[in-house]
Design a protein around this ligand. Structure first.
Ligand code: CIR
Length: 256
């Protein structure tokens, strides 16, 4: 059964975002445009029926607007992660307190385990966990143990070509998987109905299903058409300035 999301948490980008981690080679983001795009992103979440809590910018952490990475929100508990990039590690500081407003049970990933929740893809009560430069085997094992404690499950997925697991694939519910690059022929995703992303539209593999609507990054016409043809309502969202920091649509919010 598909999950119904009611709320989201986002964090405003700070002017320091121009110093965020990036391998995109697309230049520095324009902070003013990023703020406008962030506002539109919030509106899109609201159009999907979510009540959005907006946290203030954290100037000490240039990548803190990519709030997805610091927590995983499941229907049973929230898990505060231990981000794998040292410059991002302190972003988790207030998350326990913030999440305590809505979650009875809060768990944590601890060192030597590291985990960015951008590496975690939810399919019903099963969670696929990418082993990346940010998420190590120990972090993934800790997450699987936590999930099992709450009668959910997890499995590890190796990856080589992308930053996070969800940089390369997104679950759109109804057994539909948006899939790109190294994940197209992977055995663990064999049983899904795959919607294949063209190499030149790889960035759009990070699209976001929320309550029946799919948010798709602006400027990827082939992907947009394929998602529409699969029967979804879509909203195009321009996140060009966040793309310059390797961030996509899912990275900018926690949804629960
Ligand atoms: C980073 O390298 O951590 C940020 N510049 C981008 C994080 C993107 N987050 C995500 O894919 N979940």
């Amino acid at each position: 059964m598909e999950r119904i999301f009611k709320k989201a948490i986002v964090r405003r980008p700070s002017s320091e975002m121009v110093n965020g981690i990036s391998n995109a080679n697309l230049g520095k983001p324009d902070f003013k445009i990023a703020l406008e795009q962030h506002n539109s992103y919030i509106k899109s979440l609201e159009m999907c029926g979510l009540e959005v809590k907006v946290l203030p910018a954290l100037t000490a952490f240039p990548d803190a607007t990519f709030i997805e990475d610091v927590s995983l929100c499941t229907p049973e508990c929230a898990i505060v992660t231990n981000p794998g990039a040292s410059s991002r590690n302190g972003e988790t500081a207030e998350m326990k307190t913030i999440l305590a407003a809505d979650f009875m049970a809060i768990e944590e990933i601890t060192s030597p385990g590291t985990l960015d929740a951008g590496d975690v893809m939810m399919v019903g009560s099963h969670y696929y966990i990418g082993l990346s430069e940010r998420t190590n085997d120990e972090g993934a094992s800790q997450l699987i143990a936590i999930l099992e404690k709450y009668r959910m499950s997890g499995s590890k997925v190796s990856l080589n070509e992308v930053l996070h697991l969800k940089t390369g694939l997104s679950y759109l519910e109804h057994n539909n998987l948006l899939v790109s690059g190294e994940f197209i022929d992977r055995q663990e995703f064999e049983s899904f109905k795959k919607i294949e992303i063209l190499p030149e539209e790889a960035y759009a593999a990070n699209s976001l299903w929320i309550n029946g609507t799919v948010l798709v990054p602006k400027g990827f016409p082939d992907t947009l058409t394929k998602i529409k043809e699969a029967g979804y309502k879509t909203i195009e969202v321009d996140v060009s300035e966040f793309r310059k920091l390797d961030g996509g649509l899912s990275c900018l919010s926690l949804r629960y």
